[in-house]
Design a protein around this ligand. Structure first.
Ligand SMILES: [Mn+2]
Length: 199
């Protein structure tokens, strides 16, 4: 499945494939871009199949219903939402186009990296573990970004050597997606990535 979205501030492309032999994906995502902001949530439900999907889908629909809230509050809501479910690793990204700032928070093994045209990388570290309704610490950080910056958020089903070089080289979200194709062939896990470019 590929979902693309464009406006004057951001281009995004999301790619998702379930684990080989499964029809139900344990990863879920939500992306929405308005004239003011981009919100993007990605969750990897523990385990695989339907019960994994139940947890991750709960995250994407919760963020969809609350996309006006800030990232830290959303993470807290996500944690509560998973109380009687299996649990999930969760990352949330919110970009403010007006101030050219983005805020990111992550619990678990979803990875995020942003590459600026000047060659600098922003690589916010996640908190280890997963959300399951238990008391939880968050690391929510805000950064400024340069026009033209590219980013990727992906679950652990995508194993990428040389991610920095790949991000740096990619000329557009489509180009990045083409370059990522060879890493989407051996599916031992559900796989989701979202690539974006900010203008
Ligand atoms: Mn996974």
């Amino acid at each position: 499945m590929i979902v693309q979205d464009y406006n004057q501030h951001v281009h995004t492309l999301a790619f998702q494939l379930p684990k080989a032999g499964k029809s139900c994906c344990g990863d879920s995502f939500f992306i929405k871009a308005t004239d003011e902001y981009l919100i993007c949530a990605l969750a990897d439900g523990l385990g695989s199949g339907e019960r994994a999907n139940e947890s991750s889908a709960a995250i994407s629909s919760l963020v969809e219903k609350n996309d006006d809230k800030d990232v830290e509050d959303l993470m807290k809501l996500c944690n509560e939402e998973l109380k009687d479910k299996r649990g999930a690793t969760v990352s949330i990204l919110k970009v403010d186009f007006k101030t050219r700032e983005f805020t990111y928070s992550s619990v678990g093994n979803i990875r995020f990296i942003l590459c600026a045209p000047s060659g600098t990388y922003i690589y916010p570290l996640p908190i280890l573990g997963y959300l399951s309704g238990k008391p939880q610490k968050y690391r929510t950080q805000t950064y400024t970004y340069e026009q033209g910056s590219k980013f990727i958020i992906h679950t652990d089903g995508l194993v990428l050597p040389g991610i920095k070089a790949l991000l740096n080289k990619g000329e557009s979200v489509e180009d990045l997606s083409r370059q990522l194709e060879e890493y989407t062939k051996t599916l031992n896990d559900d796989l989701t990535y979202i690539v974006g470019q900010l203008f």
